[in-house]
Write a new protein. Structure first.
Length: 135
């Protein structure tokens, strides 16, 4: 899969969420710019840790909005966030124990997950929140 680059196609029309999604793309890009050939790269591990922490903050923002307005698919949506955090933690652990394929697997996972999640999952709450006046 190609590099994950922010474009208007990813916009939900909800400013706070769009800003966070765009920042997530920047964090993923910074992982790609790191030393992915060196599995024990401290730089890679530090950026991955920061990206996981930021994802947790983003998910909290998103879930707070969805909960506040009574989004009917809230539980399913939140479970996808939890699954992401669990998989990202596994990949982070794999980096620490120096599994040879970890950096590339991590980047593929991140690109695919965020691309799919925004365009196929987050997009489902867009109209719901717009109808509630959230922009």
């Amino acid at each position: 899969m190609e590099k994950l680059t922010w474009s208007p196609a990813y916009s939900l029309g909800i400013a706070a969420i769009d800003r966070q999604h765009e920042k997530m793309f920047v964090l993923i890009d910074s992982l790609e710019a790191g030393e992915i050939g060196n599995v024990r790269s401290e730089e890679f591990a530090n950026v991955l840790n920061g990206m996981i922490e930021y994802a947790h903050e983003h998910f909290q923002t998103e879930e707070d909005l969805l909960r506040k307005y009574g989004y009917p698919e809230f539980e399913e949506h939140a479970s996808q966030h939890l699954a992401f955090l669990e998989r990202a933690a596994e990949l982070n652990y794999d980096t620490v124990i120096a599994r040879n394929d970890t950096p590339e697997n991590t980047l593929v996972f991140l690109r695919l997950w965020w691309h799919h999640h925004i365009l196929n999952v987050d997009v489902r709450y867009r109209n719901f929140l717009h109808d509630k006046g959230v922009r």
